[in-house]
Design a protein around this ligand. Structure first.
Ligand SMILES: Cc1cc2nc3c(=O)[nH]c(=O)nc-3n(C[C@H](O)[C@H](O)[C@H](O)COP(=O)(O)OP(=O)(O)OC[C@H]3O[C@@H](n4cnc5c(N)ncnc54)[C@H](O)[C@@H]3O)c2cc1C
Length: 399
């Protein structure tokens, strides 16, 4: 059994398969975790971005509700898994505050929250602008909504814990081993790597934002988009608790999609967002993110950025994650920037599918995985989209 990609998806699949008695080899082109899984904001949410109205238009109300409930299941799975496995990764059930960039966004959030409370039992409460200082020391938003069951973790420690569990279960993880070709034959699947060839009965592809020419059928269904983050220098004691008094994860409704939080050790602010749709130097990304951070917290204008980095996430045409069999392989990917819960969840699900277990089924099986027209894997349209977004950002007052 071979797994391509040693991030949350691949390791979660490997753990399940190894515990079921399968011999598992996880192969990664770089150091295990070097993809998005150790570079993210560590925010645990419900794992996909498509709202009830849009899902209902596409699939009908029953499937829409199942897809939304699957998001809640992913979030519960991730947190319960970490607690059950006793993975020390600063997991905190903090809840998440989503700030409304415009008054109209606040009204729309209120309507959707009411509907989701009724339809799927979403645990969320609106926070009017007059009360938002209990969530954040900023007037940047027109109020917002708190999602009570969301949380946060330290992604590097979660990845480490997951890898230790997969190894302890008997799995093997090989870094610096790019898979260069996969061929199906009578005796199983031949997996060619830069370090030699292996034969496998099954292969799980877990390459998400790093999906390349190895799997052209998946590549033309996913757009790799860079996501940028910064960490401030350590702030004076008590500052991060004052800026984000409840310690919640923070996101917002503006199209910049800024997301930020206290660092797990409560000394810094970690701030991410769409610095650019194209691949720019993380130092240039840091300048943009610093400006955006100062827009939210003007008092941080003189604070230095000590770390800046980026990683790649994978967007699908329908903004939903996908899993299943394709071309004789199994895959789980397409997390649209929200994979901290969904990636380990669907890694686990795809492993159960490989094992032929009915619990491996997911409502995401029922949604087609659409190809992207005029696209084979080089996202030529991102530079013009970036220009369009800049215009939109200026109208939104984000630049
Ligand atoms: C800056 C940033 C912030 C983020 N913040 C959040 C957040 O707060 N909350 C949230 O829910 N999500 C967040 N995400 C998204 C989340 O990190 C990802 O969805 C998740 O980590 C995906 O995990 P994965 O295992 O599927 O993929 P990855 O961790 O990206 O792993 C894929 C691996 O596949 C390997 N690979 C690719 N091709 C080959 C090949 N041919 N041979 C061998 N190996 C190969 C790569 O080397 C890579 O290691 C963020 C992402 C980034 C980049």
């Amino acid at each position: 059994m071979a797994v391509v990609g040693a991030g949350f998806t691949g390791l979660s699949a490997a753990l399940e398969l190894a515990r079921a008695g399968r011999s598992v080899l996880v192969l990664d082109a770089g150091a295990p975790g070097e993809g998005a899984s150790t570079r993210n904001g560590g925010m645990i949410g419900s794992g996909h971005r498509v709202g009830l109205a849009r899902l209902t238009r596409r699939y009908g109300r029953q499937t829409a509700l199942m897809l939304l409930k699957e998001g809640l299941a992913a979030q519960d799975f991730a947190m319960e898994f970490i607690e059950r496995e006793k993975i020390a990764c600063d997991l905190a059930r903090t809840g998440r505050f989503r700030g409304a960039w415009r008054a109209a966004h606040y009204e729309a959030m209120g309507r959707e929250t009411d509907e989701l409370r009724q339809a799927i039992g979403l645990e969320a409460d609106m926070v009017p602008r007059a009360e938002q200082h209990r969530e954040i020391a900023s007037d940047a938003y027109h109020g917002g909504v708190v999602y009570h069951r969301h949380g946060g973790l330290h992604p590097g420690l979660f990845h480490k814990g997951l890898m230790e569990r997969a190894l302890a279960a008997g799995g093997t993880v090989a870094g610096s081993t790019p898979v260069t070709a996969i061929a199906r034959g009578a005796g199983g699947i031949q997996v060619q790597t830069a370090r030699g060839r292996i034969a496998a009965r099954d292969v799980v592809v877990a390459t998400n934002g790093y999906t390349g020419p190895l799997t052209p059928g998946l590549r033309r269904r996913l757009i790799p988009v860079p996501s940028y983050m910064i960490a401030t220098e350590p702030l004076p004691p008590g500052t991060v608790e004052r800026l984000i008094p409840g310690g919640r994860m923070i996101v917002e409704s503006r199209s910049r999609h800024c997301y930020y939080r206290q660092s797990p050790d409560k000394t810094r602010i970690l701030f991410g967002g769409r610095a650019s749709l194209t691949t720019i130097d993380p130092r240039a990304g840091a300048g943009i993110l610093h400006r955006l951070m100062t827009g939210v917290f003007p008092e941080l204008s003189e604070v230095k950025v000590t770390h800046a980095w980026r990683g790649f996430v994978a967007f699908s045409r329908d903004y939903l994650p996908h899993l299943g069999p394709r071309d004789g392989l199994h895959y789980a990917l397409g997390y649209n920037g929200s994979g901290v819960a969904m990636a380990p969840y669907l890694g686990h699900k795809i492993a159960l599918q490989v094992l032929g277990r009915p619990e491996g089924r997911s409502p995401f099986d029922a949604t087609a995985f659409p190809a992207i027209p005029f696209y084979t894997g080089r996202p030529w349209f991102l530079p013009p989209m970036e220009l369009a977004y800049r215009w939109r950002d200026r109208r939104e007052g984000s630049r």
